[in-house]
Write a protein that binds this ligand. Structure first.
Ligand SMILES: [Zn+2]
Length: 276
C-alpha cells in the first residue's frame, strides 16, 4: 500500500488486477498451501534441463518422436534404481535422536529421508524458552541456541496427537520440522507420529495408490464403487482443511477431475490401442 501511495498507482489497471488476484501469488496467503517443496516453474525447468542432454534446438519433430525413447528409458531406469535403493540401502544413523532417525529410514523414501534427517539434526540447535500447558494442549516456544531473537511456537494436542507449528513446514512441504521433533523429544516419543507423516513421501505411497487403481479398473462395478468412495473421502478430507484461499467447492471440483484421469474406466481401457 505504501508503494502504491508513493508512486500514485491507485488507478493503475495492472496494479488493480494483481491486487484482485493477491490470494494466488502473495506469500502471506500461500503459507498454508501445500506445494511439495516446488517453486514457480521449477518442475518444467527441471524437465527442460533433462531433455537438453538428449536433444538440441535443431531437432525436427519427426526426429524428436523417434528419439524420445532414450530419455524415457533413462527416467524409468532412474526410478527403478531409486526403488531399489529404498529397499536395499540402509543408511548409517548419525543424529542424536537415533530412534526417530531409524523410523525416518523405515518410513520415507531415500530423498525425503535426507530432508527429514536434516530437520532432526537442526533440532539439536533449539532450546525451549517457554511452555504453557492448558486443558487440551501444550504450547512450546523455541529459540535457536545462540541465534537471533526469532521464536517458533508449536501447539501440541495430546488427545489427537496434532502438532501445529508456526513455521508451517508440514503444511507446505509435508515433512515434520525441527520444532516438531523437539516436541517429540520432550514427550519421549520414539516414533514419528502418523499425523506428521504424509503418505505421498513414504516408501509405500506408490503401492497403496497402485492397488486401489488396479482393483478399481478390473470391473465396471469396481470402478463406479471406487469413484463414489473417493468422492466421499474427498469431501471428508476437504472438511479437515482450514478455510484458506481456495474455496471448498473449487477443491472438490479439481480433485474429482484429477481422479477421473487417474482411475481409468475399464471399458475404455480395454479398447486402448486396438484397431479401429
Ligand atoms: Zn516448525
Amino acid at each position: 500500500m505504501k508503494v502504491i501511495d508513493t508512486f500514485g498507482l491507485q488507478h493503475n489497471e495492472w496494479v488493480k488486477m494483481m491486487y484482485s488476484k493477491r490470494k494466488l501469488w502473495a506469500e502471506t496467503f500461500l503459507q498454508i498451501t501445500f506445494f511439495g517443496g516446488l517453486r514457480s516453474t521449477q518442475r518444467s525447468e527441471s524437465i527442460n534441463s533433462f531433455l537438453n542432454q538428449f536433444f538440441h534446438s535443431y531437432v525436427k519433430l519427426y526426429e524428436f518422436m523417434s528419439h524420445i525413447d532414450r530419455p524415457m528409458s533413462c527416467l524409468r531406469n532412474n526410478k527403478l534404481k531409486d526403488d531399489f535403493d529404498c529397499i536395499n540401502e540402509h543408511p548409517v544413523l548419525v543424529t542424536h535422536l537415533l530412534q526417530l532417525e531409524k523410523h525416518d529410514v523405515e518410513v520415507y523414501t531415500r530423498n525425503t529421508f535426507g530432508r527429514v534427517r536434516d530437520e532432526i539434526k537442526s533440532e539439536a540447535k533449539l532450546s525451549i524458552v517457554n511452555c504453557i500447558d492448558d486443558v487440551e494442549s501444550v504450547m512450546y516456544t523455541f529459540r535457536k541456541f545462540a541465534g537471533s531473537d526469532k521464536t517458533w511456537n508449536v501447539r501440541y494436542t495430546p488427545s489427537k496427537n496434532i502438532f501445529k507449528c508456526s513455521c508451517k513446514m508440514f503444511e507446505t512441504i509435508g515433512i515434520p520440522c525441527c520444532h516438531s521433533f523437539s516436541v517429540m523429544k520432550a514427550m519421549n516419543m520414539h516414533h514419528i507420529h502418523e499425523t506428521l507423516i504424509m503418505q505421498r513421501w513414504t516408501i509405500n505411497a506408490k503401492d497403496v495408490s497402485k492397488q486401489n487403481v488396479l482393483y478399481a479398473s478390473m470391473s465396471t462395478e469396481g470402478y463406479k464403487e471406487a469413484n463414489v468412495a473417493i468422492d466421499k473421502l474427498t469431501i471428508q478430507i476437504n472438511g479437515l482443511l482450514p478455510s484458506s484461499s481456495t474455496s471448498r467447492e473449487e477443491n472438490v471440483h479439481r480433485t474429482s477431475k484429477q481422479l477421473t484421469v487417474q482411475v481409468k474406466d475399464p471399458v475404455l481401457a480395454a479398447t486402448k490401442g486396438s484397431m479401429r
